[in-house]
Design a binder for this molecule. Structure first.
Ligand code: SF4
Ligand code: SF4
Ligand code: SF4
Length: 196
């Protein structure tokens, strides 16, 4: 394989990988919403609580204010926006070595897995079992990266309380009701809609 072929091959692999990633990220939106009691408006439309990722300031309250012992808020990844950076602002503490040791990781629960894809790209995957929704990685990604990491209320975990306690305590008014048939505000999805 000559140099040009190698480059094309590398481009294809990354594009293919990203496309798969987009499907994975948007796959969150098809998680069932049937497990909770839907809030019905006067017009008969059902609503659920969701975080507007463009308003959220990652204050940390999503991790502590949910009525559930384990917050229904998790970090999601809009792979379409991710730079697959070697030096990921959502993964590494500022000034840390580029090593995966726990002391270099920003996430307090080591919920982010870093995987080598091909030079110079790395994939970052959130382990939702470990994620507590603290938003630290989101802040780092927003400050130093493309902002592909963001917080969402997972509707397979949320009780859809009449009044979301996190929404009541959110300093940015970032949580509101959205139609149940479009229950997520995935950043990548917004980009796709704006471009089409
Ligand atoms: S409480 Fe509001 S500002 Fe704070 S992390 Fe949650 S959504 Fe973001
Ligand atoms: S830093 Fe916080 S929000 Fe991000 S993956 Fe870790 S626990 Fe989840
Ligand atoms: S509606 Fe209730 S269960 Fe859902 S995120 Fe808000 S406080 Fe947690």
């Amino acid at each position: 394989m000559d140099k040009k072929d190698k480059s094309r091959d590398r481009g294809y692999k990354r594009r293919d990988f990203i496309n798969n990633g987009v499907r994975l990220a948007l796959g969150v939106s098809v998680v069932g919403t049937a497990a909770f009691t839907l809030q019905r408006s006067a017009t008969g439309k059902d609503y659920v609580w969701q975080i507007d990722p463009f308003k959220c300031t990652q204050c940390g309250r999503c991790a502590t204010e949910c009525v559930k012992a384990e917050s229904a808020v998790k970090c999601v990844h809009a792979y379409a926006l991710c730079g697959y950076c070697d030096l990921c602002g959502g993964y590494f503490k500022p000034g840390a070595k580029l090593e995966t040791g726990a002391e270099n990781q920003l996430c307090p629960t080591a919920a982010i897995q870093r995987r080598f894809i091909e030079e110079p790209y790395f994939e970052y995957v959130i382990d939702e079992e470990l994620c507590i929704g603290c938003g630290k990685c989101v802040k780092g990604c927003s400050a130093f990266g493309n902002g592909s990491l963001h917080l969402q209320i997972r509707h397979d975990l949320c009780l859809n309380c009449n009044q979301c306690l996190i929404a009541s305590n959110c300093p940015s008014d970032a949580i509101g009701r959205v139609p149940a048939d479009e229950p997520y505000m995935i950043k990548g999805d917004f980009i796709v809609k704006e471009e089409s």
